[in-house]
Design a protein around this ligand. Structure first.
Ligand code: AMP
Ligand code: MG
Length: 350
């Protein structure tokens, strides 16, 4: 069955067509450049831009997948977590389409989308239709597995007992990892959202050039906290000077990124030791696009004996509707779910 999936949870307007774990098309229209001048996402602007663009992304997704509306067997839509008024645009459109086409509507948890994104497959690989879930591709993952979601809004390490049954093992007490990287980038005048440009600058910098503290270095806690590191970075940037030169920016970027990732790894290792999973870690979310982080996580995988699985393309790391369609494939097995906005919906409540 082909699913048309919509995600308008934050500042990307996205529509995809999926079949089982296969992504037939995945259109993402980012609003980031429109929000950049405010240094963050403006909810009312996000809502207006979603309304303006959603029809275009739907038509484009159908066209690229070479299917017509009558081929669609269900509509999936992100119900939460996310910005309430942004979520509302996608949900209203999904309801309108589901009623018009007389097909079911499936409300999907956005974090579950990120969590399962490493299991999505490109259209060129053989599809695994719904009835075969649990076989084929799925046989290659041994449950329980771990999932790491690292994005602009979330930093969570999740125990996946099986698909649809999740337990949050660790999460952030304050900023998400992507949010912390974005704020550091902003302090260095690199614009918004700055995670990707910070990575580029860090590649040319010496991570040990500037002293930054490793958060909670001596504690074996099972949560992350980025606020102290952020404050230390603010002071360091102020002390370094008003007009930073390229080398200073690169060194500061490298120092911050290094500490942020060390902290991520430290808490992961603590949590893994306490829970002793023995299969693999699925990694999703915008920060999973970072190549330095991928290198470090693979190393962590070798040390802990866990396989590390990333999404098959960088596009699947950031917000996109393809992952929502794939998660909805499993979601259809759950009946009786009404679709309303759930801005604070936790992944362990699905
Ligand atoms: P999402 O919330 O999943 O859409 O992801 C967006 C977040 O991912 C933002 O905080 C971005 O700065 C961050 N991000 C995107 N690309 C990279 C990268 N290459 N390195 C680090 N962070 C990134
Ligand atoms: Mg996201």
């Amino acid at each position: 069955m082909k699913i048309l999936a919509i995600d308008t949870s934050c500042d990307e307007t996205s529509t995809a067509v999926t079949e089982g774990t296969q992504i037939l098309s995945n259109i993402v229209w980012s609003q980031a450049s429109q929000h950049a001048k405010f240094g963050g996402v403006m909810p009312a602007l996000a809502q207006r831009l979603h309304e303006e663009r959603i029809d275009w992304t739907i038509n484009e997704a159908l066209k690229r997948a070479r299917v017509s509306k009558k081929d669609i067997g269900a509509i999936a839509v992100t119900a939460g977590p996310g910005l309430a008024i942004a979520l509302g645009v996608g949900i209203a459109k999904a309801k309108e389409m589901a009623e018009g086409l007389k097909v079911p509507i499936i409300g999907v948890n956005h974090i579950e989308g990120h969590l399962l994104s490493p299991l999505a497959q490109p259209a060129t690989s053989p599809p695994f239709p719904l009835k075969n879930f649990g076989e084929g591709e799925m046989k290659r993952v041994r449950w329980p597995a771990l999932g790491l979601v690292i994005s602009g809004g979330h930093t969570e390490l999740i125990l996946i007992k099986k698909i649809g049954e999740y337990q949050i093992l660790a999460k952030t007490a304050d900023d998400a990892l992507g949010e912390a990287l974005d704020k550091a980038a902003r302090m260095l005048g690199l614009g918004y959202p700055g995670g990707a440009i910070l990575e580029k600058m860090a590649r040319e910098g010496n991570p040990k050039a500037y002293p930054l503290p490793l958060p909670m270095a001596r504690q074996g806690e099972n949560y992350w906290s980025y606020s102290g590191l952020k404050t230390a970075m603010f002071r360091l940037v102020q002390k370094t000077g008003i007009d930073l030169n390229k080398q200073q920016i690169c060194y500061l970027a490298a120092s911050f990124q290094n500490r942020a990732f060390q902290h991520l790894e430290r808490v992961m290792v603590n949590t893994i030791e306490k829970n002793e999973p023995d299969s693999e870690i699925l990694v999703g979310g915008g920060v999973a696009a970072n190549m330095e982080l991928r290198r470090r996580l693979r190393k962590l995988g070798r040390k802990t004996g866990l396989k590390i699985r990333f999404p098959y393309s960088v596009k699947l790391c950031g917000d996109n509707a393809g992952m929502i369609g794939v998660a909805a494939g499993w979601g259809t097995l759950k009946t009786g779910r009404t679709v309303d906005r759930r801005p604070r919906w936790r992944v362990d409540e699905v």
